[in-house]
Design a binder for this molecule. Structure first.
Ligand code: ZN
Length: 195
């Protein structure tokens, strides 16, 4: 029996910088449609949607590796229009790879009662991978939606998916499978005597 309790949908770095900017993934445009579908289903299933957004200060350590990107207040640091959050969505800003680091994500998830994370976004081998590592460390069940994440290259993408599966026990699923699990979670997470 598949264990899929109290899920949340994490959307990682679907910003102009990484979808259409200097640090874009060649496959970024391909995953926008799937993430849009996942957000729509999350809304209809009552699954929280949390955007994790790179939002750098010019002195951030990570910029020594990648150069200036997704600088706070810049157009590049904005979520793309197609995935623009609605009022009920949650947006947390980060200054390094992991969506958990100094963002308050763990306490937010615990307040929401979340046990399971659906990971989507960019890049599979950097921010998705490091968010998965912290998710594992904090004890969440991890599902990576393999056709809703993208990297700089297919090699990076496949390496990271394999790493997350082998090292963090992440389950690799398709968008369609994620939709079915979210639909099923409505029943599973409803108390037996709820009207
Ligand atoms: Zn960054």
């Amino acid at each position: 029996m598949v264990k899929f309790l109290k899920p949340a949908l994490l959307v990682i770095d679907m910003l102009h910088e990484f979808v259409r900017g200097r640090l874009k993934s060649p496959r970024a445009e391909d995953i926008v449609f799937n993430i849009r579908a996942l957000i729509n289903h999350a809304h209809s299933c009552g699954v929280p949607v949390i955007h994790l957004v790179d939002n750098h200060l010019p002195i951030d350590h990570e910029l020594k590796i990648w150069g200036p990107h997704a600088i706070k207040g810049s157009p590049e640091a904005k979520i793309i229009d197609e995935l623009m959050p609605v009022e009920s969505d949650l947006v947390l800003f980060k200054r390094s790879y992991s969506g958990f680091r100094d963002t308050g994500l763990d306490i937010l998830l615990r307040d929401l009662g979340v046990k399971t994370l659906l990971l989507t976004g960019i890049h599979t081998h950097i921010c998705v991978l490091h968010t998965a590592w912290d998710a594992f460390y904090y004890g969440y069940d991890i599902y990576v939606v393999k056709d809703a994440v993208a990297a700089f290259s297919e090699e990076d993408h496949k390496y990271a998916l394999n790493y997350m599966e082998k090292t963090y026990g992440a389950k690799l699923i398709t968008t369609q499978e994620a939709v079915e699990l979210m639909k099923a979670s409505i029943v599973k997470n409803t108390p037996p005597h709820a009207s």
